[in-house]
Design a protein around this ligand. Structure first.
Ligand SMILES: [Zn+2]
Length: 312
């Protein structure tokens, strides 16, 4: 996970350098893409260290935030770093505004920009060519549970697997993991009927994605949406198989199985989760899990308007 330069937060120059590395990994360029020669004197030093440069080739005047969502903002570099950190840690806008002494309305409008970009990155379909989908059942009633939510043994898992519903206090959590991106999407569902599961397939994967699932009927509609489905038969203890005999077991749901272990461990200390609020705990886990994949490229996408973002 990305490190925020906390020890240097009071140093405006250090925060500037950090943001420069995120926004302009190949060095500062004018909006037309002309590089600024090393050592060129700034055109305007009024907001040091956010100095303006004048391009010698096209004459455009610009600074580090030109072309980003921050181009018109008056935040200092230190404030921007802290705002980003607060946002990625799930802090409320109110909290961040109070902590940094910023105007709530102004911060909120910028966070709306960010959230749009973020939703696009975190909530959208996984970009992966291959994804695994599976479901897990979590004991969650309407009052405190007497026993901890330990993972059932294989045999009880088989017998309870198809019966878990929101109504009988064992709501299913449907999960998707992208095999390449490593990102996950999770949703607490009322049941595991096709009509419930299929929309989750379609909002978490692309029409071209190959979806790996177990043999559950819940996923039977996947091919109708144009997606390829590969199955592994858990009930026959076939947890992985080498379809094309290249020595690599591509038909499996092991990645998702591993994530369920993580989710169960995460949920265990919260005894007696009310089923109405289970989705909040699951969202928290999903959030924390996906945060592991945040890097400079992610932050760069967050700060540039989606239409102008160019991969580096
Ligand atoms: Zn230029």
């Amino acid at each position: 996970m990305i490190k925020f330069p906390l020890t240097e937060l009071l140093d405006e120059q250090a925060c500037y350098e950090w943001l420069l590395k995120i926004l302009h990994p190949k060095g500062l360029h004018c909006p037309s893409g002309h590089a600024i020669p090393a050592g060129q004197a700034p055109h305007d030093r009024q907001r040091t260290p956010i100095v303006k440069y004048k391009c010698r080739e096209c004459g455009k005047v610009f600074h580090i935030f030109t072309g980003t969502d921050l181009s018109g903002s008056h935040y200092t570099c230190g404030q921007i770093v802290l705002i980003l950190r607060g946002f990625l840690q799930g802090q409320t806008t109110q909290h961040t505004a109070e902590e940094l002494g910023l105007d709530y309305g102004t911060l909120l409008s910028w966070r709306h920009h960010q959230r749009r970009g973020f939703a696009h990155l975190i909530n959208g379909n996984l970009p992966d060519a291959e994804a695994e989908m599976d479901e897990m059942f979590q004991n969650a009633g309407e009052r405190e549970q007497k026993r901890s939510n330990s993972r059932p043994t294989k045999t009880t898992r088989e017998s309870t697997q198809r019966q878990g519903t929101m109504a009988n206090d064992r709501p299913p959590i449907v999960g998707t993991v992208g095999r390449n991106s490593g990102q996950i999407r999770m949703k607490v569902c009322d049941n595991t009927q096709q009509i419930t599961i299929q929309p989750q397939v379609e909002v978490t994967t692309l029409p071209t994605t190959t979806v790996y699932t177990d043999e559950s009927d819940a996923y039977n509609r996947i091919p109708a949406s144009g997606r390829e489905r590969q199955t592994v038969c858990h009930s026959q203890r076939e947890y992985a198989r080498d379809e094309d005999q290249d020595g690599f077991c591509e038909v499996h749901c092991n990645t998702m199985e591993g994530i369920w272990v993580g989710l169960r461990n995460f949920l265990r200390p919260f005894r007696g989760i009310h089923k109405k609020y289970l989705y909040l705990y699951v969202a928290m886990f999903e959030w924390a899990y996906n945060l592991r994949w945040i890097d400079f490229d992610f932050l760069r996408r967050l700060l540039f308007p989606p239409s102008t973002y160019l991969p580096t």
